[in-house]
Design a protein around this ligand. Structure first.
Ligand SMILES: *[C@@H]1O[C@H](CO)[C@@H](O)[C@H](O)[C@H]1NC(C)=O
Ligand SMILES: *[C@@H]1O[C@H](CO)[C@@H](O)[C@H](O)[C@H]1NC(C)=O
Ligand SMILES: *[C@@H]1O[C@H](CO)[C@@H](O)[C@H](O)[C@H]1NC(C)=O
Ligand SMILES: *[C@@H]1O[C@H](CO)[C@@H](O)[C@H](O)[C@H]1NC(C)=O
Ligand SMILES: *[C@@H]1O[C@H](CO)[C@@H](O)[C@H](O)[C@H]1NC(C)=O
Ligand SMILES: *[C@@H]1O[C@H](CO)[C@@H](O)[C@H](O)[C@H]1NC(C)=O
Ligand SMILES: *[C@@H]1O[C@H](CO)[C@@H](O)[C@H](O)[C@H]1NC(C)=O
Ligand SMILES: *[C@@H]1O[C@H](CO)[C@@H](O)[C@H](O)[C@H]1NC(C)=O
Ligand SMILES: *[C@@H]1O[C@H](CO)[C@@H](O)[C@H](O)[C@H]1NC(C)=O
Ligand SMILES: *[C@@H]1O[C@H](CO)[C@@H](O)[C@H](O)[C@H]1NC(C)=O
Ligand SMILES: *[C@@H]1O[C@H](CO)[C@@H](O)[C@H](O)[C@H]1NC(C)=O
Length: 497
């Protein structure tokens, strides 16, 4: 029905840049940022599409410096096959909420958004406000799949139970995929056939181009990524899509989308990260920081992560005996039978640690040795030089075919005193992505509904704790970690406990 304009907006940018709205919005963006007194972003995406579904016109998000464009009567209007059923409708969210959660497009038939974008690797972010949009669109009836660029991002996604399990009103998901030569990216929303009156909906879509091979393995990188548990290395090729499941500024404050290096990534802070620590790590670990150290990006690109991430971290404690008595351990629930990419960010900034061998520690991923003698100074060739290291690991199914299994990350102080001056370990930042499987699928099962009354379970402490996390934290971090500014606004209006 509604056909997007044939203008190839994003292609035309190099030909007549001063005439394109995109250029204008980027230009205004820079101005606003400048006036606000912030430093200009390190990376400026070529494509920066912010679409508010079920909305007409343009809307400025006050927390963002960008304008969100409505999909009604715009070049972004979705395609739908009217013969297949009733057309999609747009509705206001029942309680007012922030951009882009305030309106939605809903349908009991399939609909497709088509974006004209250049080839290359992109972030796709999907924003859902699983509310009841009238008696005919009850929140519990939303059940749908989302496909993009040939990948299944979500399958029979039950948005209401996902939100309930995450104890959040809204859901935010981030994916990375490579757009092949077609120069168009289709994102299709399909109501599930599992229930007769199931519907699909979406509140907002964001597409942001990313620097080439930020997370993918470049053709020039002949080594590939460390493949835990394998003799071989692993290559994250263009035929793979990624879904961000955890992203932390370890030991630091949250860095929200407008504090990123220009890609609008959201980094959770210590108050979220510490929930995944084991008891001893929670008890003993300390949060060193050095806000004055001048960073020198000699080893990695400056856009890799916000500078502040490299000036904070988590390390082991004050006492050698204690440092050697436990491992700094995080336990992340993840969907099994997928490969995961872990990116560990490091930077040495503690005054006493100045040379090779000062702080040399061990890294274990999924209970397997990832590094026997990790030495940040040796790797980065100096202090204040940020680095990161990538690892890929396969997470097999658990014994009782649970929906989630534990991915452990453990740092061990070197037990051999002749190998290191300080028996200590440090981590500054962490990103974990799920990789699409051989069926080009990223979707996992829906969570179980939260238990209203906690039953008396007799279980070993470990598994009881894990269960509790599964119910409360997991989905919050992996699915629901909304940029806090937006969340705060939203919470003001709709959260009652
Ligand atoms: C992946 O795609 C990007 C652009 O989409 C291209 O620059 C890069 O060379 C490709 N990588 C490989 C390994 O083919
Ligand atoms: C979504 O999950 C909830 C909780 O399990 C359930 O009550 C609801 O019926 C599900 N919705 C659909 C459309 O299946
Ligand atoms: C995207 O969808 C449009 C409309 O349904 C279709 O014409 C086009 O071929 C699709 N493009 C790709 C790359 O799938
Ligand atoms: C921060 O790092 C600089 C450079 O290594 C050092 O001179 C300074 O003492 C450090 N400050 C703190 C608070 O650790
Ligand atoms: C960063 O490191 C390079 C290479 O060692 C050096 O030439 C440069 O002066 C350093 N810059 C700063 C700001 O320290
Ligand atoms: C380190 O901790 C151990 C065990 O708790 C304790 O015996 C020792 O006195 C502590 N050392 C220092 C220097 O605090
Ligand atoms: C730390 O983890 C490694 C590998 O799992 C294990 O061998 C070691 O005993 C652990 N150390 C402590 C103190 O728990
Ligand atoms: C993996 O390591 C964690 C702590 O590092 C431990 O609690 C867990 O039991 C280990 N699992 C297996 C299967 O060894
Ligand atoms: C460190 O000490 C151990 C014995 O505790 C010894 O086996 C090892 O060779 C020593 N390593 C170095 C580098 O001196
Ligand atoms: C134990 O760890 C702390 C910080 O995590 C570090 O300052 C201290 O030097 C370590 N102790 C020893 C003896 O290496
Ligand atoms: C919270 O909601 C009230 C009433 O809708 C409004 O007046 C107030 O400005 C809101 N506060 C924030 C921080 O959004």
């Amino acid at each position: 029905m509604k056909n997007p304009s044939s203008k190839h907006l994003h292609k035309s940018i190099t030909m007549k840049p001063f005439l394109t709205p995109l250029f204008l919005s980027l230009f205004l963006h820079i101005i606003t940022v400048h006036v606000a007194g912030d430093t200009s972003p390190i990376y400026t995406p070529v494509e920066d599409i912010t679409l508010q579904c079920g909305f007409s016109g343009d809307q400025l998000n006050p927390d963002d410096t960008r304008t969100w464009t409505g999909d009604i009567n715009s070049k972004f209007s979705p395609f739908e096959n009217q013969a297949a059923g009733s057309p999609s409708i747009s509705r206001q969210a029942p309680s007012s909420s922030s951009v882009p959660y305030s309106t939605a497009r809903l349908s009991r038939s399939e609909f497709t958004y088509r974006f004209l974008v250049a080839t290359g690797q992109k972030f796709i972010r999907l924003y859902f406000n699983p509310a009841s949009y009238g008696p005919d669109f009850d929140r519990s009836k939303a059940l749908f799949s989302v496909k993009a660029g040939g990948f299944t991002l979500l399958k029979d996604f039950n948005s209401s139970v996902t939100a309930d399990a995450s104890e959040s009103d809204i859901i935010y998901r981030e994916f990375c995929l490579n757009v092949e030569s077609e120069q168009s990216l289709n994102i299709t929303f399909m109501p599930s056939r599992a229930t007769a009156d199931a519907y699909a909906f979406i509140n907002g879509i964001e597409i942001v181009s990313m620097p080439n091979n930020l997370y993918y393995t470049s053709a020039q990188n002949s080594d590939g990524v460390n493949y835990i548990g394998s003799e071989n290395t692993f290559r994250i090729e263009n035929g793979t899509a990624l879904e961000m499941v955890y992203r932390f500024n370890v030991g630091g404050r949250p860095l929200v989308f407008n504090q990123d290096t220009g890609m609008y990534r959201n980094w959770d802070g210590e108050q979220e990260e510490h929930k995944y620590l084991d008891d001893l790590s929670l008890k003993f670990s300390v949060l060193p920081q050095n806000s004055s150290i001048e960073l020198n990006f000699t080893e990695i690109a400056k856009y890799s992560a916000p500078e502040e991430l490299y000036r904070t971290g988590r390390s082991m404690g004050m006492n050698k005996t204690i440092n050697k008595s436990y491992n700094l351990t995080w336990e992340f629930p993840v969907v099994p039978k997928f490969l995961y990419l872990l990116r560990l960010h490091f930077c040495e900034f503690v005054p006493d640690v100045t040379k090779y061998g000062d702080r040399r520690f061990l890294i274990f991923i999924a209970n397997q040795t990832a590094e026997k003698a990790w030495d940040i100074i040796a790797r980065s060739r100096g202090k204040g030089r940020p680095i990161y290291k990538d690892y890929v690991v396969f997470m097999p199914a658990g014994p009782a075919s649970q929906k989630k299994v534990s991915l452990f990350l453990a740092l061990q102080a070197n037990p051999k005193d002749n190998m290191t001056n300080f028996n200590d370990a440090i981590l500054n930042g962490l990103e974990i992505f799920k990789l699409s499987d051989t069926n080009r699928n990223l979707a996992g099962p829906n969570p179980d509904p939260p238990l209203l009354i906690t039953p008396r379970v007799i279980a070993p402490p470990q598994s009881r704790k894990f269960k509790k996390r599964m119910q409360t934290k997991v989905w919050h971090a992996s699915l629901g970690s909304m940029p806090p500014l937006l969340l705060k606004k939203f919470n003001n209006i709709t959260t009652q406990s």
